[in-house]
Ligand binder design. Structure first.
Ligand code: FAD
Length: 398
């Protein structure tokens, strides 16, 4: 998109120059000029009495590679604190910034984000950019994407990373469209091509059978999302908080027709499975939802959480938030117990980086045994109670 001025129609009334919140319009001789500060907010379009200005579909120079530098990580805030995936992205973000000789910075939108920079003390982050506005108190895709796009256009980062969380998956595609650039979702590897300086964005494709490396050659920023627990967070050191830059956005830029009517508490208060150290996952082999009661007992005995295969989720035995795999969550617990799960490639794509894998299955040919460190062949209705009983004995409960 770009701002088009019809100089034959323009009467040089100066209203647009006065109205522009960014000083992006200037009068030079008999002509109106638009400079790089323009954010396409549309304020000038509305005020023009002769309709000489319009925002038109056309590639903007701002999306092209020149003049972009630095790596940004989107600072997603969850329940008042940075989401753990943000810290995971700081490690890879720092590597990329070093390879490109640029700065690693965090960008966040919302309101009341004062503590955010302090949370980043001791991490290799040079600056935090905050876009705060009353319209951003409640999370809404449109307003957040517009606010971040506004900042991306002004600061021109070369790379923008975000967690492939529910919010990241919803927000980043919108932001990419507003910035007219590409986005690679669910990356498992990110590095800089030493020849071209492009970001090599690697992600599994075709159910994890192929690793595809995607390059955004002509547009900036190069945007990628990464699932939780795929990257390792850098150790937190000692140090002051990064520099804080506060940015305002014009009302017009964050105007969003969506209204938050009410907030409904989440159905479950338990830990996100992507953050659990121990997972006990059940599949179609459980035979029904009641099988998960038994798995919950085992998870409790191990201090873990219950997860599931897609077949169990599709059957309505357990909510989608518990699904592990290609179309569910990627998990990396220290211990993953797969019960009544065959181990289809799409399931393995979400759990194959787990520490120790224990499989319980009645079929000795089940593929899950190929990725298991310990395999127990048998009916889970006998195996799982025996495991619970042994664990309780070990804990002195029986
Ligand atoms: C595009 C796409 C995306 C997908 N995404 C995902 C995803 O994110 N996650 C995912 O899990 N799947 C996903 N799938 C589905 C995947 O292909 C499999 O269909 C699914 O994982 C099978 O689930 P399951 O192992 O629970 O069931 P099944 O394959 O039916 O396996 C059940 C297992 O239970 C065993 N069993 C039966 N009875 C008992 C018993 N009494 N005791 C012990 N073991 C028993 C059987 O031997 C069998 O191995 C996807 C598929 C596609 C096409």
């Amino acid at each position: 998109m770009t701002l088009h001025i019809d100089h034959d129609v323009c009467i040089m009334c100066s209203r647009c120059v006065e109205e522009c919140p960014y000083g992006a319009l200037t009068e030079e001789g008999e002509r109106l000029r638009v400079n790089e500060l323009c954010t396409l907010c549309g304020a000038c379009v509305e005020v023009c009495p002769v309709n000489a200005i319009e925002v038109v579909e056309e590639p903007r120079d701002a999306t092209e590679p020149a003049d972009h530098s630095g790596v940004w990580v989107y600072g997603e805030v969850e329940r008042g604190a940075l989401h753990p995936v943000v810290f995971e992205l700081l490690g890879i973000g720092a590597d990329l910034a070093e390879a490109r000789d640029g700065a690693l910075e965090v960008v966040a939108a919302g309101s009341g984000l004062d503590a955010l920079a302090r949370e980043l003390s001791g991490y290799p982050v040079e600056a935090v950019h905050l876009v705060e506005h009353p319209a951003l108190v409640e999370y809404r895709d449109g307003a957040y994407a517009a606010a971040l796009a506004h900042l991306v256009r002004r600061r021109r980062p070369e790379i923008l990373l975000a967690g492939a969380t529910a919010r990241g998956r919803s927000l980043m595609p919108r932001l990419a469209v507003l910035c007219r650039t590409g986005l690679t979702a669910d990356c498992t590897g990110l590095k800089i091509d030493p020849q071209t300086g492009h970001l090599l964005q690697t992600r599994p494709a075709f159910g994890g059978n192929v690793m595809a490396t995607i390059v955004t050659r002509r547009h900036r920023p190069q945007m990628a999302t990464v699932r939780a627990r795929v990257m390792t967070p850098p150790p937190a050191g000692e140090g002051p908080p990064p520099r804080l830059h506060r940015w305002s956005v014009p009302e017009a830029a964050v105007a969003d027709p969506t209204e938050v009517a009410r907030r409904a508490p989440g159905q479950e208060e338990r830990l996100n499975i992507a953050e659990a150290d121990v997972l006990v996952a059940g599949g179609r082999g459980l035979g029904g939802p009641e099988g998960f009661d038994l798995l919950q007992e085992l998870a409790d005995a191990l201090g873990g959480e219950v997860a599931a295969s897609r077949a169990a989720v599709d059957a309505g035995w357990i909510p989608y938030s518990r699904q592990v795999g290609q179309t569910g969550r990627t998990v990396q617990p220290d211990l993953y117990v797969a019960v009544g799960i065959s181990g289809a490639v799409q399931h393995r794509a979400g759990m194959q980086s787990s520490g120790t894998v224990v499989a319980v299955n009645s079929d000795p040919e089940a593929p899950i045994f190929q990725v298991a460190d310990y395999g127990i062949m048998g009916d889970y209705r006998q195996v799982v109670p025996a495991l619970i009983s042994e664990l309780r004995k070990g804990a002195g409960d029986e």
